[in-house]
Design a protein around this ligand. Structure first.
Ligand code: AMP
Length: 296
C-alpha cells in the first residue's frame, strides 16, 4: 500500500492505475465499520483508495474536532490488511490552502435533521459536501462507498454526485454493529462502561420499532412511542427521534414503503446517531387459503 499526502502525488499515483477506482473517504480511527467499507471496495475496484482526513469544515465550534482520535500508524496497518492500495492522508493545508474560500451547498435533504440549526446546523453538510466534492475531483473514482450509519450523509452525497455530474456511483453499505447492537462509531470511544450500557438504548429503540412494524403496526405515533419508551428507560433524552421517508427525508405519515427511523442523542460526552430502515410487511398478493373442496 502506498501513502500519499499531496494532491499532486495522489494524481501521479492514480494516473495509470487500473480502473475501476473505488474510494472510501474516512476520518480515520478505523473500526470494523470502515474496514467493511474497504473490503467491499476491494470487491468492486481494481484500485482501492482510502482517504483519512479529519475535516475541520464539518465540525461546529462546540464539537469534538480537537479531541477526535488520530492514529495514522494503526490506520495504515488496518487499511493495508483489508486490501487498500493507496492511503491518502493530506494535512489540512493541502485541502484548505491559504485563501481557500469556497463551499459546496447541497439543497433539499441537507437542511433536515443533522442540518437543522437546532442540531449540528447547516455548516455540517456544507463541510461534508465540500470535502467530498474535492475528494471526488482529486481521485476521480468510479465508485465511492459510504455507510448507512450516516444515512442522511449518504443521501446528501448521492444528491451531490447526481446534481453536479460527478459520474461516480455511490454505494451505501449496511451499518456494522457490535454483538450487543451498538452501531460502531469512533465516538463510542468517548464512553465509559456505564455510558456505553446506556448508549445501547439507541439500538434497542430502533429494534423495538422494527419489531412493531414487522408485526404489522403502521401508525407512526405507536412506532415512535415504542422507541421512545426504550430511550426513557435508560434516561436517554433524544435530540431527535423521527420517522422520515428513506428517499428524501420528508416526514412519514405512516410506515409506507421504506421509512427511515433516525435518532440522535447525547450520552455522556458523546453525541451518537443511529438509524434503521423500516419496511411494512408485504401484503399477500394472492389468496393463499387452502382449497377445501369444490363449490357446486
Ligand atoms: P467517518 O470516519 O466516521 O467519517 O466514517 C467514514 C465512513 O464510514 C462513512 O461513510 C461512515 O458512514 C462509515 N461508517 C462509520 N461507522 C460505520 C458503521 N458502524 N457501519 C458502516 N459504516 C460506517
Amino acid at each position: 500500500m502506498k501513502l500519499e499526502r499531496t494532491v499532486s502525488g495522489l494524481r501521479r499515483e492514480l494516473a495509470g492505475a487500473p480502473r475501476p477506482v473505488a474510494l472510501v473517504p474516512t476520518m480515520g480511527a478505523l473500526h470494523e465499520g470502515h474496514l467493511t467499507l474497504i473490503r467491499r471496495a476491494r470487491e468492486q475496484g481494481a484500485t482501492v483508495v482510502v482517504s483519512i482526513f479529519v475535516n475541520p469544515a464539518q465540525f461546529g465550534p462546540r464539537e469534538d474536532l480537537a479531541a477526535y482520535p488520530r492514529d495514522e500508524e494503526r490506520d495504515a496497518r488496518l487499511a493495508a490488511e483489508v486490501g487498500a492500495d493507496l492511503l491518502f492522508v493530506p494535512p489540512a493545508e493541502e485541502v484548505y490552502p491559504p485563501g481557500f474560500d469556497s463551499r459546496v451547498e447541497v439543497g433539499g435533504v441537507s437542511a433536515e435533521l443533522e442540518g437543522d440549526p437546532a442540531h449540528r446546523g447547516p455548516e455540517h453538510f456544507r463541510g461534508v459536501a465540500t470535502v467530498v466534492a474535492k475528494l471526488f475531483n482529486m481521485v476521480g473514482p468510479d465508485v465511492a462507498l459510504f455507510g448507512q450509519k450516516d444515512a442522511q450523509q449518504a443521501l446528501v452525497i448521492r444528491k451531490l454526485a447526481r446534481d453536479l455530474d460527478f459520474g461516480v456511483r455511490i454505494e451505501v453499505v449496511p451499518t456494522v454493529r457490535d454483538r450487543d447492537g451498538l452501531a460502531l462509531s469512533t465516538r463510542n470511544g468517548y464512553l465509559t462502561a456505564a455510558e456505553r450500557e446506556r448508549a445501547l438504548a439507541l439500538s434497542r429503540a430502533l429494534r423495538a420499532a422494527e419489531a412493531l412494524v414487522e408485526g404489522g403496526e403502521l401508525e407512526t405515533d405507536r412506532v415512535l412511542e415504542a422507541a421512545r419508551a426504550e430511550l426513557e428507560q435508560a434516561a436517554v433524552v433524544p435530540e431527535y427521534l423521527e420517522l422520515r421517508s428513506a428517499a428524501d427525508l420528508s416526514p412519514a405519515e405512516r410506515v409506507d414503503g421504506e421509512v427511515l427511523m433516525c435518532v440522535a442523542a447525547r450520552v455522556g460526552p458523546a453525541r451518537l446517531i443511529d438509524n434503521v430502515i423500516l419496511r411494512a410487511p408485504a401484503e399477500p398478493t394472492l389468496d393463499t387459503r387452502p382449497l377445501t373442496g369444490a363449490a357446486t
